[in-house]
Design a protein around this ligand. Sequence first.
Ligand code: HEC
Length: 257
Amino acid sequence: MGKRSLSIALVCLALLGSAYAEESMSMSAADKAMYDELLENNPADMELSEGESLFGALIGKAGYAKMMGVSEKALPAYIAGFPRYVDSAKKVVTLSQTIQMAAASQGKEVPKLESPEMLKMTLFLKSLANGQKTAMNVKANPQMKAMMTLGKAVFEQQRGGRGLSCNSCHSSDIIGQRLRMQILPDLGSKANASAGTWPAYRMTKSETTLLDKRFQQCMDNALLAKIPLGSKEMVALEVYVTNMTKGNAIHVPGVKR
Ligand code: HEC
């Protein structure tokens, strides 16, 4: 290869490299390789299978379907519609909260929302909806409508020392820009599909995390007081973010940076 064509080739490679980096959420080549490897061989799969055993011992698919008043066959579509209003709970609940209800109904110890057991069981339960599309309906009833309104308020509320809100970094006019090297993600895009891809394995933390716990990690980073898991505000936030991903595919466990 002549000197000239070599330098042209190098320029092309550099251009290609930067376009590629853009697409892969500003990951380095090494990170990208690790990401691809984890997609094939997700460490969270182990937690999923542990979740299956735990869930089986707690209530099982048939018992759960009965408790929620749906047929076992309808379970995947039903699960794709969370968070949802559940009559027996008299409120809008997350999938994790229905596991707490299941434990209570069986007279068993109710697992904490923060517990590793809860993560594993929620991951298993959600995985039953893999291949479905997120199908939460914010107009289903007044309770969902109210949670959507509250969730929007929480998402946009400026808090903490720096007066930041979720919206400061995740609003439609700012997503795609960078903050300390990280691309600000569009939570509703098909690529992120946040509500459909959590629980996910986080490479940078080497751990599997629930969607609401991921919210808390952003709160930590942005110096916002952490909203407790299971609180009305936290469930509302999940409703609001889930609504952004309407119609996106569910595929858990996800892999995230
Ligand atoms: C200071 C900016 C900032 C604020 C404020 C912020 N985030 Fe984030 N958020 C980020 C960045 C940057 C990432 C991507 C980090 C990465 O790639 O590791 C992210 C990632 C996320 C993700 C994961 C996206 C995915 O791939 O599924 C979710 C969900 C999320 N944020 C929700 C929230 C919520 C809810 C709030 C408000 C409580 C919030 N964020 C506040 C910057 C912010």
